[in-house]
Design a protein around this ligand. Structure first.
Ligand code: ATP
Ligand code: MG
Length: 353
């Protein structure tokens, strides 16, 4: 299958006064055309930092300190990919990619919708920037997009301001805006967390239908495992800035290998569990802050099955344990990750001055 995105050894650090916070620490994954990769993990594990790195919108004091983010163009399969890490985050190249080849939708629609402009003007702005210079045509495309995302009375909605709309409609408007230029990759960061469950189900259904129709790839971030089970083909489990397990949805949900994934799965309520009267399991302890941590498995202080001695001494390497089911855990082999040099140290000193 053709790849749309390939992330290689990405590291994104925040240079805080307490020290270097490794929000994303050496992650690698790829997304195929028309596929959905779900990224899950507890709050603070680096899901948003990883996604923001792709669009190059990591705010200071954060910065990408290593790795590559390769974007392929499905319309030009013979052309080599572009490396988004090499681009100037404020430059023309990345601005042309944002909103046209990659779009992002966030948890809170008001973060990407302006309260000062009508819905129509905002969708048209993206279309006029990337697709056509003709205002009438842009208006028609904006109208068609609202129809596509199932908004009733679309002509009237185009003239309204975001505050006049309900949460569910605002989310649909944001999706319409994100998809108006037919991106090949959509990054959705907790897009339905703020919605009630019925509206959430409608929005998820809508995204799946539009994905089929437009053939785009999706990177879907959430800590809601139920949503991931519904939308994702592949799943990456993050912990402390690293991917600790990755595989197909079936591999991750039916046969979790990493003790962290296993605990996450046991924390989902199921109908069967209710019948048996069983209790839900929780994960002991909390996620440490990723500053000045030793080079050890990040989960080892909370792990119920750790191998004393090995887990505290090195990072386990993320290894394919069969049929593309990757896990980074010494329970399955002793391969450790080689330490990597980054440019973090020197530049850190300069930035703090
Ligand atoms: N602007 C910032 N300055 C300093 N540290 C930050 C900043 N933004 C995020 N971090 C830290 O980076 C790490 C990763 O944060 P991130 O927001 O990517 O987590 P997340 O997995 O998206 O969490 P959530 O599920 O709560 O959205 C956390 O330790 C967080 O405290
Ligand atoms: Mg987040």
């Amino acid at each position: 299958m053709e790849k749309v995105l390939e992330v290689k050894n990405l590291r994104t650090y925040y240079f805080t006064y307490e020290g270097v916070l490794k929000a994303v620490d050496n992650i690698s994954y790829s997304i195929g055309q028309g596929q959905t990769l779900g990224i899950i993990g507890e709050s603070g594990c680096g899901k948003s930092a990883a996604s923001n790195s792709i669009l190059r919108i990591v705010p200071p004091p954060g910065r990408i300190v290593g790795g590559q983010i390769l974007l392929y163009d499905p319309k030009r399969p013979k052309e080599p990919p572009v490396d988004l890490v090499k681009m100037d985050p404020k430059g023309k190249e990345i601005r042309e990619i944002r909103g046209s080849r990659i779009s992002m939708i966030f948890q809170e629609p008001m973060t990407s919708l302006s309260p000062l402009h009508t819905v129509g003007n905002q969708i048209m702005e993206a279309i006029l920037l990337h697709q056509t210079k003709d205002k009438k045509e842009a208006e028609e495309l904006a109208y068609e997009m609202l129809v596509k995302v199932g908004i009733g009375n679309p002509r009237q909605r185009l003239l309204e301001y975001p505050h006049q709309l309900s949460g569910g409609i605002r989310q649909r408007v944001m999706i319409a805006m994100a998809l108006s230029c037919h991106p090949s990759l959509l990054i959705a960061d907790e897009p339905t967390t703020a919605l009630d469950v019925t509206v959430q189900a409608q929005v998820l259904e809508l995204m799946k239908n539009l994905q089929q129709e437009l053939g785009m790839s999706i990177q879907y971030i959430t800590h809601d495992l139920g949503v991931i089970a519904d939308v994702a083909n592949h799943v990456a489990v993050m912990y402390l800035g690293r991917i600790v397990e990755m595989g197909t949805r079936e591999q991750i949900f039916k046969n979790p290998l990493h003790p962290y994934t296993d605990r996450l799965m046991k924390s989902i309520p199921s109908l069967k569990q209710k019948r048996d009267g069983g209790r839900l399991e929780s994960i002991n302890g909390t996620v440490p802050i990723p500053i000045n941590l030793p080079a050890s498995c990040g989960f080892c202080s909370r792990c119920p099955v750790k191998l004393c001695g090995l887990c505290e001494k090195a990072y386990p390497k993320l290894v394919d344990r069969g049929e593309g089911h990757y896990v980074s855990c010494f329970l399955y082999g002793e391969e450790a990750e080689e330490p990597v040099e980054t440019d973090a140290g020197n530049k850190h000193k300069k930035e703090r001055r």
